[in-house]
Design a protein around this ligand. Structure first.
Ligand code: SAM
Ligand code: SF4
Length: 475
């Protein structure tokens, strides 16, 4: 009963469906000039109000659309530079007692063989990922009493951090799992996780109810208040998101921004990251192909641009659900973190291409970008991006509001750029082939030249320490 009262207090501060509809209606009526003015503020990294976001979402005026792309691109360059942080998802279990109509792991998908990795199997996966050069993982699990409970999660995180492979280890574990109680979030924080990630999937209550027919996930309020409980437990890097394609994307982004603003007001810090997964085909999940709200590529590009302008200082994450060409466009519009070489099958990394060991049909949904980490790093260093394996902020205590204050003052650049270059150098020394190494060294040299004198000297010293054999060098 007490829990229900607390939840009620919180959801009263998150917009109701009717309030979101009103804002959308207002946005629909706004003029082209209003939208262009909003973009001017947006371009100066001032963020957007809910009304401005709604107006821009409805506008199909070519000048507004071009201005939006330009603003998103400018902010991306200004705040995140050429850096792109890499991570890998690690699926530890596909057991699930929920029935989300869009997901291959749903309980009713009886044809799916279930697997929950043991700590030893998790360690095997981690070894395979470390051999590729990964340093940052996202643990992902279905919701099932056997595997989504805190006892299993504690063992899983410990198993990841416990692995050493040729001297390397995972330096940051983020977690995407079912919402926990405050007490269990405290235990999760104690395992030294970085970000806790939870997607509301859809903020539209009737749709939420329809697509989550049973199991714990059927409770909208328990899920939408998960970030509150995590914050109360001291986890101040929270990742939120929407599964785009379940309902009207305009409704979703306005509600998502309202949720972000609520967290910012209440806890002094908004979400650390926003993810933009789009509904992909999944075996045994008919809604994954049937939804009338599936987004076109252009709509997804607009969503990414709008979010980039609306919350300039919140990192944006793109997974390998999307095809390579589209991903490359979305990177330029605002994405700051991405996965590479992902497997959504528990045991998929250690199994490699062995279909018998980890059949593709055990996967949660279809992955469209099959480029390996090595291929992506090569294409990044030859192109315009600096691949970053940096995990420094969280380990130096720059989380939550401390991170945001640095980001907003622009000082974070002075930390991120040297750290990104050092982490790239480490990758080049330990994992890259000759071609990537050469292109990567050229990129580092060019990036050094562009740094102010004092930062250049600091970075050169870091690079020299790496050359001399030291590892994990960061500010
Ligand atoms: N079971 C936990 C939960 O639902 O929060 C965490 C893990 S779940 C495997 C991670 C995310 O996968 C979900 O939040 C959902 O957004 C996404 N997902 C599920 N089915 C999908 C599909 N068919 N296409 C794309 N993403 C999907
Ligand atoms: Fe289970 Fe999560 Fe998939 Fe829903 S989205 S069926 S809770 S794994």
């Amino acid at each position: 009963m007490q829990t229900q009262t607390i939840i009620k207090e919180k959801i009263d501060h998150i917009l109701s469906d009717a309030e979101v509809e009103n804002i959308l209606e207002e946005g629909r009526r706004r003029t082209r000039d209003f939208a262009l003015r909003a973009l001017e503020d947006g371009k100066a990294a001032q963020g957007l109000t809910l009304e401005e976001l709604a107006a821009l979402a409805y506008s199909d005026d070519p000048e507004v659309l071009a201005g939006l792309r330009d603003a998103a691109h400018t902010i991306k360059k200004q705040i995140y530079g050429e850096r792109m942080v890499f991570f890998a998802p690690l699926y530890i279990s596909n057991f699930c007692s929920n029935n989300c109509l869009y997901c291959g792991f749903r309980h009713a998908n009886k044809g799916l063989p279930r697997k929950a990795l043991t700590p030893e199997e998790i360690a095997e996966e981690v070894r395979a990922l470390l051999r590729q050069g990964h340093k940052r993982l996202l643990l992902v699990a279905g919701e099932d009493p056997r595997t989504s409970g805190i006892d299993y999660l504690e063992k899983a995180v410990a198993a990841v951090y416990g692995v050493r492979e040729n001297g390397a280890s995972i330096r940051r574990v983020n977690v995407n799992c079912a919402p926990l109680s405050v007490e269990d979030f405290r235990r999760l924080k104690a395992t030294q996780i970085g970000t806790y990630q939870v997607f509301q999937e859809t903020y539209h209550r009737p749709t939420y109810k329809r697509v989550h027919p049973s199991g714990m996930k059927a409770h909208y309020d328990w899920r939408v208040t998960a970030p509150d409980r995590a914050m109360e437990a001291g986890i101040d890097d929270i990742g939120v998101g929407v599964l785009f394609g379940l309902y009207d994307w305009r409704f979703e982004i306005v509600a998502l921004l309202a949720h972000a603003r609520y967290l910012e007001t209440k806890y002094g810090v908004g979400p650390h990251t926003i993810s933009v997964p789009r509904l992909e085909p999944a075996e045994g999940a008919p809604l994954s192909t049937d939804s009338p709200y599936r987004l076109t590529d252009d709509e997804l590009k607009k969503v990414v641009s709008l979010l980039r302008v609306a919350v300039p200082y919140t990192g944006m994450i793109l997974s390998t659900r999307e095809a390579p060409e589209l991903r490359d466009e979305l990177f330029a519009l605002g994405i700051s973190q991405t996965s590479a070489g992902s497997r959504t099958t528990p045991g998929g990394y250690a199994a490699g291409d062995n279909e018998e060991l980890a059949p593709t049909r055990l996967a949660q949904f279809t992955v469209q970008d099959h480029r390996s980490l090595a291929e992506m790093v090569r294409s990044f260093v030859k192109g315009e991006y600096i691949p970053s394996f940096c995990t420094a902020c969280y380990r130096s205590g720059r989380t939550g509001d401390r991170f945001m204050a640095l980001a907003k003052s622009g000082k974070i650049h002075d930390i991120c750029q040297p750290n990104a270059l050092a982490s790239l150098k480490e990758y080049l020394l330990d994992y890259a082939d000759e071609e990537t190494r050469r292109a990567g060294e050229e990129l580092i040299a060019a990036s050094l030249k562009a740094l102010p004198e004092n930062l250049r000297r600091t970075t050169e010293k870091m690079l020299a320490r790496l050359e001399a054999g030291e590892r994990d060098v960061y500010l």
